[in-house]
Design a protein around this ligand. Sequence first.
Ligand code: ARG
Length: 637
Amino acid sequence: MSKAEKKAAKLAGVRKMDVDPRDAVRTPGPERTSPATMDASAETEYMIDVFGHIKAMFETATASAFPLLANSPVALVLSTKPGAHYQNNSAMSLYSKSKDFPADQFPADSPMDAAMRLCEHLPSSDVVEKAEAVKGSTIAVIVSTKYLTRQMNLLFQLGARPPKVKEEVVVVDYSSPNIAKQMHVGHLRSTIIGDCISNLFEFIGHKVHRINHVGDWGTQFGMLIAHLKDEYPDFETNSPPIADLQAFYQGSKKRFDADEEFKTRAWNEVVLLQNGDPVVTKAWQLICAASRKEFDVIYNRLNIVGLREMGESFYQSMMVDVIKHFEERGLVTIEDGRKLVFLEGKEVPITIEKSNGSYTYDTSDLACLKYRLDTLKADSVIYVVDAGQSLHFELVWGAARKAEIYDETKNRIEHVAFGLVLGEDKKKLKTRSGDTIKLSELLDEAVELSSKVVDDKQATLEDDAKLTAQEREDAINAIAYGAVKYADLKSNRTADYVFSFDRMLDFRGNTAVYLLYAYTRIMSIARKAGVSEADMAADTTPIVLEHPKEIKLALHLLRFPEIIEQFVAELNPHVVCGYMFQASQYFTEFYENCRCTEVVDRKVVSYNMSRIKLTRAVAVVLAKCFDILGMKYVQRM
Ligand code: ARG
């Protein structure tokens, strides 16, 4: 395991829980899974977050054992001690508060005593078999095998279900390239991360608006339209064959910078466009359509579906009102003909109207936020945009709060920022020949390299084990696009990310290829034993958990809802990646220690149905994670 992978595994495993970020978004009150409200009839529809459940048990215990410290944080973590599953480390810090109280008022006289007291006050629950104060005054928690067994059987029968959360309307703003410009690697990151976050929200039952906030408005369209009129004078009747939009953009820019007469015409076109002139609008639409065609090629290849285009132009008519909204509240300062909004603690104001009467990126984002909250009735609005735009969002939201467009106690508005994509030289990503990367070429290269990966593997197989042409193609695509997506998703999104085909196509370590192969291996166990889907479904043998490696694997699989909650709270897909990687490692440990099938002369002569079902449960969880990450997977590779 590399250092980064260890870190990822650690993140998905033991976490510092002093501040549990999920508390911020967990539904308060009865909605939350707690010992008192855990509803057994719901366990078919939802999965219970074991971690959250135990934590809630300790919160209850803390409040009842130490009423004066009722709201002290519960430091629950996955246990590193053999024999224990979770451990609560809060007794020491609880006891340290004793100095704030008169001696006879504090109910414990040592950290160990505090730990024991917590155990005594722990409500009963069928999740926990035993909670015991051990050396170091931590509390070792053992999850009931009976409980794990029941949940594993449900997991096998019903698949991976989400944890129970309150339904919400969520807007995810992602991809968002700019018309007539190239979609670059930053937009690729936004597309991959945004798609994944949208999948996550849909999975937990939210209503999701996937919105492509394309840059399709602004003064640059003046020069593009003027150029179009010159280059394709009959554009109204003959759709212009703009083959290379980038060249078209550069051509118009060159003229705009060099030719005063052209510049004046360009400005004129902007005014006409903003006033809805039909001919100019038609020209604008043609340019947008040409761009859209190029974007769609990338979206199709990446299997991005349901992304709805609502670009800056969509808010054109709403911007007038938004400015009025600010003016009515006396929030506008006029300086040199510009309308500005100043914010406390910020040196730079935002410009909501330029001196020539045109609007800005800020104005459109203000109108857009208002629309998303008021019209789409969004509870949460998530912007998946590069970290370079942090200040822009801070200012826009600051202004929106000031103008009472947005109330942070009611809505979750978040900038899911991500770092740059760098080449292996840690500089801006370039092609081998040093040119700026075209996304389609980057994806071509991924496909080419993945074909080699698949074919090399095929060359080692007997003829009867080889893939059909269709299977080969599916495998190549799953690996190619999966590798690009997974490499992005598995890294901590806020950091810059180094794009390396060598690394993303490596079989060793936390990569898409590794996981995709792991999945096919797991799926092949039942197949090789001659157990079909139907056999498995009809068979009544339950999964039984006996071997410690079976229990370890089951406990990890049942962390699925916890991981989902963590992902919802942090919006960082790498927690899912770390979880999957860990699952495949625990699977390997289990498989090496627990015999699933007995093989004689390369033929399966008997099998253990409980374990075959357990392998299937692993596959079911991995498959759900692939779905959330937006990755395709295949049964054979
Ligand atoms: N088009 C912008 C860009 O390429 C990103 C837009 C992000 N979304 C938003 N609501 N501002 O930089």
